[in-house]
Design a binder for this molecule. Structure first.
Ligand code: GLV
Ligand code: MN
Ligand code: MN
Ligand code: MN
Length: 397
């Protein structure tokens, strides 16, 4: 049954506290989804292997060079929606099932690829599996990343049978990818506004993550008068307001603090330090850098007003991406009048675009909401996405 895969995993990783789904790398729900994928792929006669970085590959026919690779990811943000990632994986399997059922015989290798840790929800770096594969992150740095419980990526990998010594750029695997296509639920309102079910992606905003640390003086909430305080929570609150003000002054820019951590974190304790994670995005690399410098200056001012000091550390960076013009033109020729849309969301296809021709298909999301439980796609639109993927596969294979 078309899209039956989404129904099969509908209960995996539900987050009763936050709503939606929490599916984080190599933990319960993610492991369950990986097993589900292996079983689903094997049912189609695909041969599944795990690459050196924990990404899953399901080959239709023999693995080989110049392959048409399609896929997405199965992990989620905390409390995320059902479609971001899984829609692309399920649609990829369904498109292959349809081609098989019609007796289509591919003339080049084809694989479904499930990337590890696309959201960076466990180890903090988005698109970690594709960055490792492509050599876009240093392997030593990656091995030392820790999750919120202090577990390193190296230890987490070892626990699931991925040899941490082998993490990092994988030129043999990379060389097999002739081109990569990721189908994804749209995460904004582009297709709603156009009244269309499916689009081809044109570009991705430049984006990155920074850790803002505001240090003050931990102290007693009752014994410290308001004039005596150097409270990093207050400085951080002012900095967060300044993030919004800064982003509004840069056309098309987006800046978000979606996560903070107060240390030590007691109700009757003035914090000694606060970490706040900044996600900043803009159309070009240079504009994003200017935005972040502006935010840093404003945060500095907020800190000084409160007797605190700050550091701003870059945790990850992804330059702006223009998807392959040749592939986009080929998609347009095959699909007819299909819109081309930019996106502010990051994707593994964006990471791979620096190495191999890459393209994306977007499926309309009628709520316009993503990274939240309200993310949605109508069945008819998902089917239109699979139709589109099937057509481009027929053309490319
Ligand atoms: C990933 O979905 C991102 O764009 O942050
Ligand atoms: Mn996402
Ligand atoms: Mn995604
Ligand atoms: Mn993403």
């Amino acid at each position: 049954m078309l899209l039956g895969g989404l129904a099969e995993i509908a209960d995996v990783g539900r987050d009763s506290r936050r709503g939606g789904y929490s599916r984080h790398l190599w933990q319960g729900a993610d492991l369950e989804l990986r097993s589900w994928f292996v079983e689903r792929a094997e049912r189609l006669g695909l041969e599944v292997e795990t690459d050196r970085n924990g990404n899953l590959w399901a080959w239709w026919g023999s693995p080989g060079a110049d392959a048409v690779v399609i896929g997405s990811h199965l992990d989620s943000v905390p409390g995320g929606g059902a479609y971001d990632g899984p829609l692309g994986v399920v649609s990829s399997l369904d498109a292959i099932a349809r081609l098989q059922a019609s007796g289509f015989v591919p003339t080049r290798p084809c694989a479904v690829l499930v990337f590890a840790e696309e959201e960076g929800s466990r180890f903090g770096i988005a698109c970690l599996g594709s960055r490792l594969l492509a050599g876009a992150i240093d392997a030593d740095r990656a091995r030392a990343l820790t999750d919120r419980d202090g577990v390193t990526l190296a230890d987490a990998a070892r626990q699931v049978g991925v040899d941490p010594a082998h993490l990092g750029v994988d030129r043999v695997t990379l060389a097999r990818i002739g081109l990569f296509i990721e189908l994804h639920v749209e995460q904004g309102r582009g297709l709603i506004d156009l009244g269309q079910p499916v689009a081809v992606a044109s570009s991705i905003l430049a984006h990155g993550r920074w850790r803002l640390t505001v240090t003050g003086q931990g102290n007693h909430a009752g014994a410290t008068t308001m004039d005596e305080r150097r409270d990093p929570m207050v400085a951080t609150a002012q900095a967060i307001v300044a993030v919004q003000a800064a982003a509004r002054q840069h056309t098309g820019a987006r800046a978000t603090i979606g996560r903070i951590e107060a240390i030590p974190g007691g109700t009757n304790v003035i914090a000694s330090r606060v970490h706040a994670w900044l996600d900043a995005r803009a159309e070009t690399d240079a504009e994003t850098r200017v935005l972040v410098a502006d935010i840093q200056a404003r945060a500095q001012q907020a800190a000084e007003q409160n007797g605190c000091f700050i550091t701003l550390t870059e945790e990850s960076w992804a330059g702006a991406v223009q998807f392959n013009p040749g592939l986009r033109a080929r998609f347009a020729a095959v699909l007819g009048q299909v819109p081309q849309l930019p996106t502010g969301a990051g994707h593994d296809a964006g990471v791979l675009a620096a190495q191999v021709p890459s393209a994306m298909l977007f499926v309309r999301n009628p709520t316009g909401i993503s990274h939240a439980p309200e993310e949605f796609a109508e069945v008819a639109d998902c089917v239109a996405g699979i139709d589109a993927l099937e057509l481009v596969l027929r053309d490319l294979l």
